[in-house]
Every structure is written in C-alpha cells, then in structure tokens.
Design a protein. Structure first.
Ligand code: IMP
Length: 222
C-alpha cells in the first residue's frame, strides 16, 4: 500500500467485521450499481466506490468465467488496499449458443474478429445485439439467462453469490429503457422485454438484484 492509500484507508470507519456501521468497497464506479446496493443496504453499511478510495486504475478482467473476473477485481482491491471489498460480473448465456456470449457479453461483437479501426468498441450494445440475433438466426430455441456473480472478500475470506433470471431472446428489439441486451431479453412470466418493463420492475427480478439481495442478506444477518 502506498502512502496515499494508507491515508485514505486509515481515515475510514471500521470494516464490516468490526463494531459500528462499518464500510465496504464495491469495485466499480457504475453509479447505477452503486445506487442499487446502497438502497438495499440502507444505513447499516457504507458502500464506497473505487473513486471514493482513489483507485483510478482500470482493473484487469482477464478470466474466462464470470467467477474468475469477479474475484480478480475484488482481489486487486483487497491486495492493494487491505479492506473488505466485493466485485461483480454479469453475462448473458444463450442455450442454443452453448452459453455464449457469457463472459464475453460486453464485447461480443468483436470476439473472434481481427482488430480494425472501424471495429465496434466494447460495450457497443447495438453491435452486440446484432451479432447475437445473427448467430441465433431462425433457431427456435431462444432460451437464455442473465447470470451475475458477486465475489466478496471479507477479512481475507472469499464468498460468492449468484443471481439468475431466465427468459428468451426475441427476434427483434423492443423497448427503450435499460441498457445492454435489454431490448431483446424477455424474462419468463412477462410478455415484455427488460427494455419495455422499465427499471422498477427490472430491479425487482433481475439477475443483479437477486445476487445483490443474497450479498445484502449475508452482510446484514451473518
Ligand atoms: P457487467 O459485468 O455488469 O459489466 O456486464 C457485462 C455486459 O453484460 C454488459 O456490458 C452488458 O452488455 C451485459 N449486461 C449486464 N447486465 C445487463 C442487464 O441488466 N441488461 C442487459 N445487458 C446486461
């Protein structure tokens, strides 16, 4: 730990294992994800972002599973800051494509393509959806699921939490809300896509909400 990191960490209240409310780091700067977990945990535990601890590196995600990537991000923060931390990783797993795009969901459009200047960028949702619909073609098996893995490192111990939502990939985009693959994913029990259902409903049933609820239950009740 360098001096700056030392100052930041020493100025924080107790970790989740200590007395009092405590704090924990979520290895992300995604405001949507931070808001979601802060809402669930309430005042009981303060959730800090990477910005809050002055961690400005793009933490590598080089694993070939969601579990490996989530743990890699959490481990990086734990190793450099020695504080309780959790990290998440999510993938869309399509049955007819043997689980693809899976861990490559954010950059599916570019997987297996030679790098060119006109190539779609990571997180290009339009290009990712176009590729997925193309790969599925007229296949009638549209079964798919979103899966989120959260890796928690607390006082050096690793814990994992998983959230899954099952559904199907529809044939054309519908809806304007959400992000990523939301316009082509219709969760079981609904006749609208995540992008049509809107955030209120999505946040009650989503993969991430389910994994986050398990994490919150563990942190609040252990
Ligand atoms: P991340 O691990 O949360 O960054 O997610 C990786 C990729 O999965 C994102 O870039 C999106 O393409 C996709 N993804 C994750 N969560 C969702 C979601 O709730 N709806 C649609 N796509 C998602």
């Amino acid at each position: 730990m360098n001096n700056k990191q030392n100052i930041i960490v020493n100025n924080l209240p107790s970790c989740t294992g200590g007395e009092g409310g405590g704090y924990i780091v979520f290895a992300t700067n995604n405001q949507h994800k931070l808001g979601e977990i802060r809402q669930i945990l309430g005042d009981s535990i303060k959730v800090l972002s990477l910005n809050d601890i002055d961690c400005n590196v793009d933490i590598p995600e080089t694993g070939d599973t969601l579990e490996a990537n989530a743990l890699q991000k959490a481990q990086y923060v734990y190793d450099h800051y020695h504080i309780d931390v959790f990290a998440d990783d999510t993938g869309l797993e399509v049955e007819a494509l043997n689980g693809a795009p899976g861990v490559y969901s954010a950059r599916y459009a570019t997987v297996g393509c030679a790098a060119t200047s006109s190539q779609p960028k990571d997180h290009d949702s339009e290009a990712n959806m176009t590729r997925l619909l193309h790969e599925l073609g007229e296949n009638n098996n549209r079964r798919a699921r979103f899966r989120t893995v959260i890796a928690l490192i607390q006082q050096g111990q690793v814990h994992e939490f998983e959230g899954i939502v099952n559904g199907q990939i529809i044939r054309e985009r519908r809806g304007g809300e959400g992000f990523g693959y939301d316009p082509i994913f219709q969760p079981d029990g609904y006749d609208q896509t995540f992008a049509e259902l809107g955030l209120d409903i999505k946040n009650q049933i989503s993969h991430r909400a389910r994994a986050t609820a398990k994490l919150a239950d563990y942190l609040l009740n252990k």
